[in-house]
Design a protein around this ligand. Structure first.
Ligand code: G4P
Length: 529
């Protein structure tokens, strides 16, 4: 095992930020990138966001709804660490995409608006994180605005999300009276200066809680209150336990204001100490150590038409072990064929840099001509597999058809590519061909995105007619049972992309009734031979 490889990996942190829309994810991402010198002017990420919006209606939809639909990966360096941030969609309708992105992350940062507390999307996204079992760090943002009391916020995190919260720092005052934060590990107070918004925060005023200057700065009353609250936390609060943090049982909580850069360096410094480096992964061949010599990566996301000018398709690969070198040959595990990773790229929003090397923990983007699928493994040797990506069963169904028959080819291509991205599940009605597939999605909003993207990226206008079904189940190929289900008004028999028989059902109750009445066996996932 090469020492330098091990060292490279030890100093890598790959995490995703999850939050309810508007909590400040873009702002925090931008500030983090700023500290790493990845961008020089505050506002860049937003500017990029706006540029992207301008190029596509799909992004316009994102803007109108105030939600982040796509996930992208960004990298920056800070104090000897290489940090990979994975952006996740904020809306629950895209939790399937979020989950896939989280498979590429070693930890998550949960951002909460201090005035709003734990919001609906936070709950859903948190659940997705919990399913992955990764450490979760909490940043409570917008402390410069009037918000809930920090004790209530901690309480809410614990009660609503069911995770223990450990305050790493503690806010002094709040809203108009926000004076700063107290670091519980060092006993240092960091004072908030209104108007730090200009850029890199190097004007932080700090001092020990017992320094006379601090009393002068925050005032006797607030200092007294701070001491009382700290005492309360020390006595009645949770105990810090790194192992429990690693298991996702305790979330370290930080307070701050991303917009003002305040509390962000404090958070980043602690986060880098506490967050895990790339972790070993379980494979069919045993545990894969990140520092093993063999390059192994897997595709966690595919995105077509990222650049409206080139209409290209990018597969995002999380490197799980070893080192990537420009132009290296790998084996594509599903087809057992050799592939050359000629021009992998690192992505920074819309800007791309050709990579010469990358290590376990990093995310690389490769051009894909339609060969790669989500979950595929690329490795130097053949035969390695990871646990399959979890299957999120669609809960909304619609028949999608083209308005103009002349666009048939583009329509089929669009549906095919969006299916390969994992954005939709495509089923074929036995009586109607590919011209009017039945599309299944997890959340209704995905239909809107489908409509926008087919129009914007493929030039196809479609009609979306919702169907009354709420669930899909797979069935064995038994002609008699298929005939019964075809005739029933409670179900619709379809074929999935691999020609497996499936049945759309009105609800769980009716599914049970059909199953009992006719002895049909239903399976929640496609049946494998
Ligand atoms: P998102 O990506 O999670 O959706 O949130 P985003 O960063 O876009 O932030 C949402 C709004 O919250 C923005 O205001 C942003 O400036 C504001 N914000 C973020 N962090 C803080 C903070 O620490 N304190 C305060 N007071 N506000 C914060 P906006 O008016 O929607 O946009 P803009 O006009 O400021 O760009």
């Amino acid at each position: 095992m090469s020492i330098s490889l091990e060292k490279q990996i030890r100093f890598r942190k790959t995490f995703a930020i999850i939050s309810h829309p508007d909590a400040g994810k873009t702002t925090l991402t931008e500030k983090l990138l700023l500290f790493g010198g990845a961008i020089h002017l505050a506002g860049n990420v937003k500017a990029r966001k706006t540029q992207r919006y301008a190029t596509s209606d799909w992004m316009e939809l994102e803007r109108q709804r105030g939600i982040s639909i796509t996930s992208s990966a960004m990298q920056f360096n800070y104090q000897g660490f290489v940090i990979n941030i994975l952006d996740t969609p904020g809306h629950q309708d895209f939790s399937e995409d979020t989950y896939r992105t989280l498979t590429a992350a070693d930890s998550a940062v949960m951002l909460i608006d201090a005035a709003k507390g734990v919001e609906t999307q936070t709950i859903k996204l948190f659940e997705v994180c919990r399913r992955r079992g990764i450490p979760i760090f909490t940043f409570i943002n917008k402390m410069d605005r009037e918000g809930k009391h920090p004790i209530d916020l901690m309480d809410e995190v614990e009660k609503v999300l069911g995770i223990e919260a450990y305050a790493m720092n503690w806010p002094i005052g709040g809203g108009a009276d926000f004076k700063g934060i107290y670091d519980r590990q060092t006993g240092q107070v960091e004072c908030f200066t209104d108007g730090l918004r200009k850029g890199h925060d190097d004007t932080r005023q700090t001092g020990h809680i017992d320094d006379p200057g601090i009393k002068e700065w925050i005032g006797e009353d607030l200092l007294q209150r701070l001491r009382e609250e700290i005492e309360l936390l020390d006595m009645a609060g949770n105990v810090f336990d790194q192992e429990r943090v690693d298991r996702g049982e305790v979330t370290p909580v930080f307070f701050g204001s991303a917009l003002n850069n305040f509390g962000v360096p404090n958070f980043l410094d602690s986060f880098l100490k506490l967050a895990p480096a790339p972790a070993p992964r379980q494979s069919n061949l045993g545990v894969l150590e990140p520092a093993s010599q063999q390059f192994v990566g897997f595709v966690f996301k595919i995105q077509a038409n990222m650049n409206a000018m080139h209409r290209d398709r990018i597969a995002f690969i999380r490197i799980c072990s070893g080192r990537y070198e420009r132009g290296m040959n790998v084996i594509h595990n599903r087809t057992h064929r050799k592939m050359r990773l000629a021009q992998p790229q690192q992505l920074f929003a819309q800007e791309r840099t050709i990579l010469d090397e990358a290590y376990a923990g990093d995310i690389i983007g490769v051009h894909d001509s339609g060969v790669l699928r989500i979950g595929d493994v690329l490795a130097e040797k053949d035969g390695i597999e990871f646990e399959a990506m979890p299957f999120f069963s669609p809960e909304n169904f619609a028949r999608v058809s083209i308005a103009n028959a002349l666009k048939r080819k583009q329509f089929i291509k669009g549906i095919q590519e969006l299916q390969e991205e994992g954005a939709i599940h495509v089923f074929r009605d036995l009586n109607i061909g590919v011209e009017a597939p039945v599309i299944g999605v997890v959340g209704q909003l995905q239909f809107e995105v489908l409509e926008y993207r087919l129009r914007d990226e493929y030039g196809v206008e479609v009609q979306i007619n919702n169907l009354p079904y709420e669930m899909v189940q797979w069935i064995p190929k038994d002609e008699e049972k298929i005939r019964i289900l075809k005739e029933s008004s409670m179900s619709m028999v379809v074929l999935d992309q691999d020609e497996n028989y499936a049945v759309l059902l009105l609800d769980k109750w009716k599914a049970n009734w059909l199953s009992e009445r006719y002895g049909v066996e239903f399976y929640p996932q496609p049946l494998r031979e």
